[in-house]
Every structure is written in C-alpha cells, then in structure tokens.
Write a protein that binds this ligand. Structure first.
Ligand SMILES: *[C@@H]1O[C@H](CO)[C@@H](O)[C@H](O)[C@H]1NC(C)=O
Length: 364
C-alpha cells in the first residue's frame, strides 16, 4: 500500500485538478492498471521459471539416465506401479471366478505369485476347492496357457483379467505370473530373473499337465520374456509346445525408439546414445528377433494395426525374421485392422480370438 503513495501524491499535487471526483478517477486508474501490470509480470516470471525448469529437467534427464542405467531399467519394468491398488492379488475371487492364487519359489529367497484359472467348463466343480484340486486339474487334457504380462501393474490389471476370462471360457487353463518384484512377489526384476521365473513356472506346470500342450503367451514386454524363456527351455532340452506373442517388438532397443516415452526425446541430439544404447548397459535386451531365429516351437504373433505403444511394423519385422529361421515349424502372423480399435491391449475383445488360438494349436 505504501508503494502506491508517490503517484497519489503526485496527482493530488497537480494544480489543475479542481473537482474531487475527477481527481479520484484520474488518480485511481493509474494505480489499478499498474497493479494489473505488476501481477501480469509476476505471472510471466513464474511462467519463465517454470519453462526454464522444464528445459533443465528435459536436458538433464538424458545425462542422468546414461549415468545411471538402472533408472532406465525401472522404466522398463515399472513394477513399482502396483495397480490396481484395491485388488488383493491373494483373493482373485473378487474379479475372477474359478481361480486360485499360490506362490512358487523359483530360486532361494524369491517367491512369486501365480493365479491358476481353470477352464470355465470346470467352474462348478472348482467351487470351494483347495490348491491340490487345482494342481490335479492341470492333467485334465485341456491345453494350458502360461500368461506372461507386460510392464507395470499386477496380474489383476483389467485387460489381463479380461483375457484370462476369454481364454478360460475357450477351454484353456491359464496361469498368470507376477515376476519377481511385481505385485506380491518378492525380489527385484532383471531380464535374467523374470525369465527364470517364467521358465520355472513352465516346468512346474509341465510336471503336472501330463500330455496337454503347454503354451507360453507373452504380451508387450512379456513377449521378450516369453521368447527368452522358450530359448532357455529349448537349451535345456524341453522347448515349449507353442509360443504366442501378443503385441511383440523386435528387441527392447527398437521398442524404445518407437515408445511414446521416447518420442519426446526424438529430436534430442544423440537420442540413441543417451537412451537406446543405455538399454544394453542396464542389461535389458529382450532380443525377440534373435530368439525367434533359433526357436523350434510353433509361433503365433498377434498385433493390432492401431497399436501406438509398439507399432505393428515391429511385429511384421519379427514375423519375417521368424520365417527366415532354418527350423521348419508353424509361424503365423495375425493382424487386427485398425478399424477394430484394439490398440495395444484390447485384442482379447476380438470374437474370433478363441478360434484363432484353437486353429493354431490344432495345426501344430
Ligand atoms: C462369478 O460367477 C458368478 C456366477 O456363477 C457370477 O454371478 C459372478 O459375476 C462371477 N464373478 C466374477 C468376478 O466374474
């Protein structure tokens, strides 16, 4: 208020102002607009500081990522995002019927949470049954699908649960794992670790499923885990009966180049050096392309053409690579037209999906 005084004094000090009202309006108006000016310049300063901070963050992040590749690994897995918060993964009954939750110990000190959903045809029997009934049910000759989910969130994320429902209704057992560090599983994720967890689950199922086919199904980041696990199983003499890749990439480096996160840095100089090359430094390769060259298991690739997280061009490239491999085995690519709107995670909505999977499994 004091700062207002000088102009006031100046105005009233002018000899030519006779009428009080005029003086008032003439003296007040300048104060008012000056105040407005001051507040708008305050906003401008704030905006400048904000913009400058954003710029500093934008420029600093690449250096920090390159210096601490482990931070990039955190983005790859996003396992600290434990959504949905309101679902207790130990109580799947609230969102998924005829399902049991149990734990496996793939390695000393590591326990991983797994859901087993039996085929809907066995729903009535499953009511009130304990873990041993579910385990025994694996040998009922219905095919088994091991679902390896993508990054972020738990096995209770809605699009994952919806797919499990579709697969269960189509006559499959579904086993959905939360890798180490995810959901209620202990430990920290690494490419080697999440691959080992999946290999362990496959072997655990295979030891109980008798002759039923057991198939690895990976989605998004999980496709890299699926082909890694398939390769490991093959090297140990037990290739998986089939591999299904939903929305796969060629390798994590190339997926990163197209990912929406990466796009804001596309014009940043040395984008490849700062980000893409750092994947390998963080020990994350997920080489789907290298893996499909050596896998002997039948392969089905599913991809939506309007996928904006992993473009379908990568699935086409992966399919080409798989076809060039020396092994002769079934390799199939199914693209879902953009008009269907399935994007990155809604292929489960396609009414033809059960038929596509059964046809594939019947052809191998
Ligand atoms: C479980 O099945 C019952 C019918 O048996 C149904 O009413 C209920 O909505 C189902 N629950 C879930 C979570 O799907």
């Amino acid at each position: 208020m004091k700062r207002r005084d000088p102009p006031n004094k100046g105005a009233t000090g002018r000899p030519l102002h006779g009428r009080g009202s005029e003086t008032k309006s003439q003296t007040k108006q300048p104060h008012f607009s000056k105040n407005k000016k001051r507040s708008s310049s305050w906003w401008l300063t704030c905006l400048k500081i904000f913009g400058l901070s954003l710029l500093v963050v934008y420029v600093t992040v690449p250096f920090i990522i390159r210096l601490f590749p482990v931070l990039l690994a955190k983005v790859v897995y996003l396992n600290m995002v434990k959504v949905p918060f309101f679902v207790d993964t130990r109580q799947p009954g609230e969102i998924l019927n005829h399902t049991t939750s149990f734990y496996l110990t793939p390695e000393e000190g590591i326990t991983v949470g797994v859901w087993h959903t039996v085929p809907t045809s066995r729903a009535e029997e499953a009511k009130g049954k304990d873990q041993s009934w579910y385990e025994a049910a694996l040998s009922d000759e219905n095919p088994v699908i091991i679902y390896l989910h993508g990054n972020g969130g738990t096995r209770a994320v809605d699009h994952r649960v919806q797919l499990m429902k579709v697969l269960s209704a189509s006559g499959f057992h579904v086993l959905a794992i939360d890798y180490r560090g995810f959901a209620d599983s202990t430990g920290e994720p690494s490419e080697e670790g999440v691959t080992e967890d999946s290999v362990y689950l496959y072997q655990w199922v295979k030891a109980r499923s008798r002759g039923s086919p057991v198939c690895l199904w990976g989605h998004s980041l999980g496709t890299g885990i699926a082909t890694n696990a398939a390769k490991t199983l093959q090297e140990r003499g037990n290739p998986p009966d089939a591999v299904i890749l939903e929305a796969p990439y060629t390798n994590i480096r190339e997926a990163g180049a197209y990912h929406p996160f990466g796009k804001i840095y596309h014009m940043f100089p040395w984008f490849e050096y700062f980000f893409l090359d750092t994947f390998a430094l963080s020990n994350n390769v997920f080489p789907n392309d290298e893996n499909v060259k050596v896998l002997s298991s039948p392969l089905l690739i599913l991809h939506a053409e309007d996928d904006q997280v992993v473009p379908s061009s990568l699935a086409k490239k992966l399919h080409e690579t798989a076809l060039m491999a020396p092994h002769s085995r079934e390799v199939k690519l199914v693209l879902f037209p953009a008009a269907l709107g399935y994007k990155h995670k809604f292929i489960y909505k396609d009414p033809k999906l059960p038929g596509i999977i059964w046809n594939f499994l019947n052809s191998i």
